[in-house]
Design a protein around this ligand. Structure first.
Ligand code: SF4
Length: 231
């Protein structure tokens, strides 16, 4: 569908709720539904029409009035919310406020101000800002210094970080993301999120089962410093 339109950006620029929305109705992925994407595309199209690119939206954290990553991300997601709300009528969604939007979209458009760890947005920013040298990230937004990024928290990162004593509890909140990033900044002040892949991979690969395991742990390089509980 995107290829037919000439690529993702053209698809969004030309997106019409009545014509293209029904083609997304089949989509069900975890908490996301087709209507969530329809509304998101409408919001993005509105921003693009106003000359606001994703790059501009998310790198305004460099503006002097934003003193933290939290403020910058709050402002970016807030603008995206406003754009979606002003276009929702095109998809016949009656949403006078953010709370009236479909649940799946509210999940995507969550802000640090809501207490969320904002894993998805922090992951997106990591892809865009970190250098592509290691073959993991894209490094396209060079004006966003990796030192400003926050750790994207997922189950695996939380669990391993707790085992290593980097965070006190496995809680996916913005405060914990800040606390973990601060700990990792001591190891690399310029690029604290470089440890994301290493922390997540032990769990993603299936090696770490979340507890002491006689078969797996002897093969794990973290064994000497791991404080995981017994099963
Ligand atoms: S030592 Fe065992 S429990 Fe600890 S991180 Fe490694 S695999 Fe997981």
């Amino acid at each position: 569908m995107l290829d037919e339109a000439g690529g993702p950006i053209q698809f969004v620029r030309r997106f019409e709720a009545e014509r293209d929305g029904p083609r997304l109705d089949w989509l069900v992925y975890r908490w996301s539904r087709g209507i969530d994407l329809t509304l998101l595309f409408l919001g993005l199209r509105r921003l693009f029409e106003q000359g606001v690119t994703l790059r501009r939206l998310f790198t305004r954290g460099l503006r002097p009035e934003h003193t933290s990553a939290r403020e910058a991300l709050d402002a970016a997601v807030e603008d995206l919310r406003d754009a979606v709300l002003s276009e929702a009528w095109r998809a016949k969604v009656d949403a006078p406020s953010f709370e009236a939007l479909p649940r799946g979209l509210r999940f995507i458009l969550v802000r640090p101000a809501d207490g969320s760890a904002n894993k998805r947005w922090n992951m997106f920013l990591r892809w865009m800002a970190r250098s592509g040298r290691e073959g993991v990230d894209l490094g396209l937004w060079t004006e966003l210094p990796p030192s400003k990024l926050l750790m994207p928290l997922d189950t695996h990162v939380l669990r391993i970080s707790k085992f290593l004593g980097l965070i006190p509890k496995e809680q996916g909140t913005w405060r914990v993301a800040e606390a973990l990033t601060a700990r990792l900044r001591r190891l690399d002040p310029d690029d604290p999120t470089r440890y994301d892949f290493a922390l997540a991979h032990l769990g993603i690969s299936g090696l770490c089962r979340g507890f002491r395991d006689a078969e797996a742990c002897p093969r794990c390089p973290l064994l000497p410093v791991c404080d995981a509980p017994s099963p």
